[in-house]
Design a protein around this ligand. Structure first.
Ligand code: GEK
Length: 242
């Protein structure tokens, strides 16, 4: 695994973060060292998909990056005729993702699309995964994305939504932000890397509170929402379509 050193050297001006070739090269190392609980979420969402996948339905991985969530679900799902749809708008990600998935899945059982997830019509879905992707959409566009997912899910289908959270309570926000910083230091990131990455993400990754997610998911129609995982200020929600 190639080590992430993208922000190791001082940058004159830190530009907005982008999912380019350099990021795709180091992505597995970057996300594992930056998102507390990432590996646990990946392996457990496979178990959730195993529970909710329906025969002859589609499973969507929206903002799939290198396809880690899809690989976890492929290893768990037992139902017949399940078709995996992986979407990401970074060509650097989708080209690598396609190469990885073809080692694990026969052609005809999956598609990798380089597209904006907002332009993809969700259809006949039993499981939809947004694993740390909704947070990169403009806040005003998030509600329409969830409505599209809800209408494309079969009854009994689920959305697995993982996000960085913001907290309305100042003390909780301060504590969990500090613990996230300690996590990054513990994983070998320097103060320079941490601060340059923070500047690069400032305008790009805009987190919501759990309550904002809950309200938006309920407005989209999801009757049942459970926060099934939290690692510091990163959480994953399970939203069920009745
Ligand atoms: C994983 N799910 O390993 N349309 C399509 N893709 C997008 C869009 C968009 N509008 N905006 C961002 N992306 C993965 C990790 S990473 C999370 C997801 C992170 C894509 C972007 O190109 C990137 O690949 C992904 O969403 C977010 O489980 O790096 O924090």
């Amino acid at each position: 695994m190639q080590r992430d050193a993208i922000y190791a050297l001082p940058q004159g001006q830190v530009v907005d973060f982008a999912f380019n070739e350099a990021v795709a090269d180091v992505f597995p190392d970057m996300i594992r060292r930056s998102v507390p609980g990432y590996e646990a979420i990946i392996s457990l969402l496979g178990v959730i998909a195993r529970r909710y996948a329906q025969p002859h339905s589609r499973i969507y991985d929206l903002g799939c990056s290198l396809g880690a969530a899809t690989l976890s679900m492929v290893s768990q799902v037992r139902e017949a005729g399940v078709h995996f749809m992986c979407v990401d708008n970074s060509n650097a990600m989708t080209s690598r993702c396609g190469q990885i998935l073809q080692r694990h899945l026969a052609a005809g059982h999956f598609e990798v699309l380089c597209a904006d997830i907002q332009d993809v019509a969700v259809k006949n879905a039993s499981v939809v995964v947004l694993n740390f992707t909704l947070q990169f959409l403009k806040p005003a566009e998030r509600e329409a994305m969830l409505a599209n997912i809800y209408q494309g899910l079969r009854p009994g289908g689920v959305l697995i939504l993982s996000e960085k959270l913001r907290f309305a309570d100042v003390g909780e926000q301060g504590l969990l932000t500090d613990l996230h910083l300690e996590f990054k230091r513990a994983n070998g990131y320097s103060e320079l890397e941490i601060s340059q990455k923070r500047s690069a993400l400032e305008n790009v990754l805009i987190p919501d509170t759990f309550e904002e997610h809950l309200t938006r998911l309920q407005a989209a129609g999801f009757g049942h929402v459970v926060r099934w995982f939290q690692g510091f200020n990163f959480a994953s929600l399970l939203a069920v379509k009745a």
